[in-house]
Design a protein around this ligand. Structure first.
Ligand code: A3P
Length: 328
């Protein structure tokens, strides 16, 4: 660490000792509550660095979403749309890179590369940070936010599998899971209560949704299910929202359809980089790229949740979000 990072780190560890803490035992990780959301310490360190250092540009496009709601796919689509004049479909960087390495997650990347904004050659960035914790430069600079959400039942199932892969046999993620059966039920309860290692899904969606009602021009609110149903429609909508609409010629050439094909689950998950590559999160934590591509289906929750579990999630969704006019 540089001297500046050392002193920041010292301040960060002091801050940690003052925050509410949740000891989880399966896996054995500690979560800390900051600005109403629970975090793993390393993620929180990144969040605080983003709050202190990150300077958004007015032309930036920020992709936001709770983990497992379709961020990887949306990043691939937005990257392809934003850089389509530089790269054609046959030599596209998406064919040799995990989308997270092309559209970095701010709070992860800033710890590896504090000058993240200066070194990026396009305007698409991403974050899992809650709306209420975003740095001022994002909320006031005029940049646009594309938010993705997904049925919470599928989100939970996807999250559980991802979480299990990153924690089984992994001490680098903070500890390993010892009892898989009870971990599914524990994780379900914690998801319902908003105490996961990614914070509360409910508060995350609600924070962005409420902000989008106040400032509709700043947000494009998308649902994973909508993207699955009509990806070409949404690719055109994304391009218009990003102020780079497809020209008549591009539409005649079928560029939106080609982008959809290149970014489809089948194409991305079949690439060598996504089958065998690793995603470096920080010095002691790596993930297999293929953990971001599991099934890519709507309704996989039916294979994992009991009817009671599904009912419980639907009830929480209705209670927490329904009153604001939001439904999945
Ligand atoms: P499943 O676990 O249900 O399969 P995130 O990118 O936010 O981490 O979300 C991961 C989810 O999106 C996983 O869902 C993953 O399989 C799915 N996914 C990844 N790439 C996709 C694509 N190109 N099209 C559709 N779904 C995709």
């Amino acid at each position: 660490r540089s001297p500046l990072m050392q002193s920041n780190y010292k301040l960060f560890t002091e801050l940690l000792s003052t925050l509410p803490k949740l000891n989880r035992n399966n896996p054995p990780v500690d979560l800390y509550q900051y600005q109403g959301f629970w975090y793993l310490p390393k993620v929180l360190e990144g969040v605080i660095q983003v709050q202190q250092q990150f300077q958004a540009r007015p032309t930036d496009i920020i992709i936001a979403g709770w983990p497992k709601t379709g961020n990887t796919w949306l990043k691939a689509l937005c990257f392809a749309i934003a850089t389509r004049k530089q790269h054609n479909q046959t030599k596209n960087p998406l064919l040799t890179n995990l989308p997270h390495n092309l559209v970095p997650i701010l709070e992860v990347e800033i710890l590896n590369n504090p000058k993240i904004r200066e070194t990026l050659h396009h305007s698409v960035l991403s974050t899992h940070m809650p709306y209420t914790s975003l740095p001022k430069s994002i909320t006031t600079s005029g940049c646009k936010i594309i938010y993705i959400c997904r049925d919470p039942k599928d989100t939970f199932v996807s999250f559980y599998h991802f979480f299990r892969r990153s924690h089984v046999l992994s001490t680098s993620a903070g500890g390993s899971i010892t009892d898989l059966n009870s971990s599914f039920h524990d994780e379900f309860d914690l998801f319902c209560e908003g105490k996961t290692s990614a914070g509360s899904f409910w508060d995350h969606v609600l924070g962005y949704y409420k902000a989008s009602l106040d400032r509709p021009d700043m947000f494009l609110f998308l649902k994973y299910e909508g993207l699955v149903e009509d990806p070409v429609f949404y690719v055109k909508k994304l391009a218009r929202y990003m102020d780079i609409p497809f020209s008549v010629e591009e539409e005649l050439e079928g560029i939106p359809e080609k982008i959809v094909k290149m970014c489809s689950f089948e194409s991305l998950s079949g690439l060598e980089v996504n089958k065998t590559g690793k995603y470096y999160v920080h010095e002691s934590y790596m993930l297999d790229n293929n953990s971001f591509f599991r099934k890519g289906n709507i309704g996989d929750w039916k294979n994992h949740l009991t009817p009671e579990m599904a009912k419980k999630i639907d009830e929480i969704a209705a209670e927490r979000l329904g009153g604001f006019g939001f439904s999945f």
